[in-house]
Design a protein around this ligand. Sequence first.
Ligand code: NAP
Ligand code: ZN
Ligand code: ZN
Length: 350
Amino acid sequence: MTQKTPAYGARAAKVSLASMTIERRDPGPRDVEIEILYCGICHSDVHKVNDDWGTTHFPVVPGHEIVGRIVSRGAKASRFHEDDLVGVGCIVDSCRACSECRAGREMFCEKGVTFTFDSLEQDKQTWTYGGYSANVVVDERYVLRIPKGLDLARAAPLMCAGITTYSPLRQFGCKRGDHVAVVGLGGLGHMVVRLAASMGAEVAVLSTSRDKEKDAARLGAKRFAATREPGALETFEGAFDLIVDTVSAPHDLNKQLTLLRNFGTLVLVGLPPAATPLDAGVLIRGNKRIAGSNIGGIPETQEMLDYCGKHGIVADVEVIKANQINDAYARMERGDVRYRFAIDGASFGA
Ligand code: NAP
Ligand code: ZN
Ligand code: ZN
């Protein structure tokens, strides 16, 4: 059995998103049904709607930064109660048995992970629809607890921007006194600043937008460079232990590599639609490393949420209604977001 749910989605590549009705399954024995209170807008949603990666199956209903309230649960679902405040991030199912699933790295499930939207369910037939909708039905294994005290609209972006930045900071051992740079001060970038600063790092923001300098300082950065200004990066040559690159558009990586110390790491989390040339010499001189990082698994996402609860870390959001999503996309493509849009879930049925 299914139920009809109001949603917002795109029927084809690069067309405006529009109101639509989708089918959600009735909760199975281990499912919970969540009334969506807020859903963040990630730049991956924009890439998917534009079919930037050539992988989108239309119609697509984006959204993987969901915070909501449990409204019902299946007979065997026991982890949550009605009215609990919960989150759903990028992953809603996986095989649960392979070595990656058992290690809590469900995004690398050997049988194929089910992402929250534009992905096949484990039956390999049904497409998933994301959080730009009034409710969602998810197996409780993939549902996260939102720590008490966090503002819900501001907690929604933790579900992707939070885990995608927390995970590489942990993987590459970010610690007190480290020099960390973030490239691109958007949804992911502003989370890098808050998280790395909370871990004791000295953070620098490398941004194309000079007018973000004050915000960078408010978020916890000690230094700032406006990267399009001539000579802006000269003082940063060899300065950083770790650079986290969150940029959504193609850009030069070789210049960034010169800013690393010997044995330093450039970790890419931004996923531009086109490849970028890499100069081996820049890596070899100084034993520099380049890495990628893909969201994070369910246990690490809960760890990140608990960490943010303890340290009071949330995103800066601008709350919008469903009918403002297309404007928000246009603004994100211009780099004009401070620093995440969060859609009010009540506006989907309105
Ligand atoms: P966002 O909020 O739009 O921020 C991206 C920032 O990149 C912009 O604010 C801008 O910052 C900078 N930028 C944009 N165009 C640029 C250009 N042409 N040259 C240099 N800088 C530019 O996006 P987001 O939601 O943070 O996502 C960023 C990227 O991460 C996207 O590609 C997204 O798909 C990807 N992503 C990856 C993962 C993963 O698992 N690895 C997870 C989520 C998202 P300044 O104004 O400061 O320059
Ligand atoms: Zn995302
Ligand atoms: Zn698996």
